[in-house]
Design a protein around this ligand. Structure first.
Ligand SMILES: Cc1cc2nc3c(=O)[nH]c(=O)nc-3n(C[C@H](O)[C@H](O)[C@H](O)COP(=O)(O)OP(=O)(O)OC[C@H]3O[C@@H](n4cnc5c(N)ncnc54)[C@H](O)[C@@H]3O)c2cc1C
Length: 393
């Protein structure tokens, strides 16, 4: 395992930068546009390569530091944080593999340091197998590459990605079926093979521009085919890498939203005064109780994230408990974030119901957390199996 650099998150994401992101977030939400300027600022700050080792041109941070940064970014611009999360996931998976002795995703590390933007092309309509299956066809080519045909949904970073990491099912090779993980570059040559629909118009997280991606024989060259795995659960480090980094960084985004909602509620409680008592709401016992409830829940999230991120980096072995711990922290983060935003709305009162109010946007953005894997059903099934064993056939 490589040594990781420790740093104060404000060194990479300064208060001034976050304020700019926050101002733009309102505009991108209103206009349903991708935050190009945020991406340019993040690139300039070296953010795309925070998880890339120093000797490959990155910052050499660990997952815990990336988690803290993503919490900070999400507190300013949730959609920007969620979009860039997908890129960070692939660089995080590359780190998980490298820490375990495989350089299969070294091109992701080198690409991220060189300015490539990696998107996450896993979700497909109705595919509740997620990583364990795919409805996308992966056709083997004579040179070892693959041609992918299918439809990926919710592809964040749609206007800007340069490489799409995806999976599909090879049903024609002698050892078929095999799930194929590979990267498809975006290029002029592929223009009619990779079609990005202009169909993102959602309740929240509008800046992610997570559009539908049609693949019509999209080509992944042989040196970008990362793994061929039997469908179903797999002990392969790639699957562990995707699952662990995805759940932890995603939980970080929603934890950042919870923190912002808490901060906004505290600020309002100090500002609003009661006509009845002529005191600030911060002196009202009911408001104090509500804010304490929010803080009690929020304070439980950050240590869990920090500990599990460090465990992934330290190659800790939680055996069969790993998946339930990871799905669990994601589930708790989005549940707490949603409840915290609800409470912040109550503390703030009617002004938060206006469309231009930041809390009103957080209320819409935070809802997206429920849909990401592991969704509540999948998280409960994973945790129940960890504690009770599998359901009998
Ligand atoms: C803001 C946001 C950003 C995201 N970014 C990414 C990303 O970058 N990469 C990624 O891989 N995933 C991403 N996701 C996807 C996400 O993680 C979930 O996989 C996604 O929300 C699908 O959830 P679901 O299983 O509830 O949807 P589904 O139930 O699969 O439904 C999704 C769509 O498919 C349709 N559908 C459902 N079943 C069928 C069927 N049998 N046949 C045909 N159509 C069907 C539904 O009507 C719906 O329109 C993102 C999600 C959100 C909310």
């Amino acid at each position: 395992m490589r040594s990781v650099t420790r740093l104060d998150p404000a060194e990479i994401l300064s208060d001034e930068l976050l304020e700019r992101f926050r101002e733009r977030a309102a505009v991108h939400d209103r206009e349903n546009t991708f935050p190009d300027e945020d991406l340019a600022d993040l690139k300039a700050a070296g953010y795309l390569a925070i998880l890339v080792p120093r000797d490959l041109g990155g910052s050499g941070l660990g997952l815990a530091e990336a988690s803290a940064l993503q919490q900070r970014l999400a507190g300013a611009a949730p959609a920007t944080a969620l979009a860039i999360n997908m890129h960070l996931v692939w660089t995080g998976v590359a780190k998980v593999l490298a820490d375990r002795g495989s350089d299969a995703l070294r091109f992701v590390q080198e690409g991220a340091a060189a300015g490539e933007v990696f998107a996450f092309g896993i979700s497909e309509a109705g595919n509740d197998l997620v990583l364990f299956g795919s409805g996308t066809d992966a056709a083997p080519l004579p040179d070892g590459g693959y041609a992918f045909t299918g439809t990926k949904i919710f592809t964040s970073l749609a206007p800007v990605w340069t490489q799409l990491g995806l999976h599909g099912l090879d049903t024609s090779s002698p050892d078929a079926p095999q799930l194929v993980y590979a990267f498809v570059p975006r290029s002029e040559v592929q223009a009619d093979r990779v079609i990005v629909r202009d169909d993102w118009d959602t309740l929240g997280m509008r800046g992610t521009q997570s559009r539908t991606t049609e693949l019509h024989g999209a080509l992944a060259p042989a040196d970008r085919v990362v793994r061929r795995l039997a469908p179903g659960p797999s002990p392969d480090p790639l699957v562990f890498g995707i699952f662990s980094v995805f759940e932890l960084l995603l939980a970080s985004v929603y934890t950042g939203i919870a923190r912002r909602a808490l901060d906004l509620a505290v600020a309002t409680a100090h500002k609003r005064t009661s006509k009845k008592t002529e005191k600030a709401y911060s002196q009202d016992p009911d408001i104090r109780w509500r804010i304490a409830e929010m803080a009690l829940a929020y304070d439980g999230l950050t240590p869990q994230l920090d500990a599990l991120c460090r465990d992934v980096d330290a190659l800790a072995d939680h055996g069969g408990r790993w998946f339930s711990l990871l799905a669990g922290v994601k589930h708790r983060a989005v549940t707490v974030a949603k409840a915290t935003v609800d409470d912040a709305v109550l503390v703030t009162g009617g002004s938060s119901y206006f469309a231009g109010n930041e809390l009103s946007r957080l209320y819409r953005d935070v809802l997206a957390g429920l849909f990401h894997p592991s969704d509540p059903e999948s998280a409960h099934a994973t945790v129940a199996t960890a504690w009770l064993g599998p359901i009998e056939e």
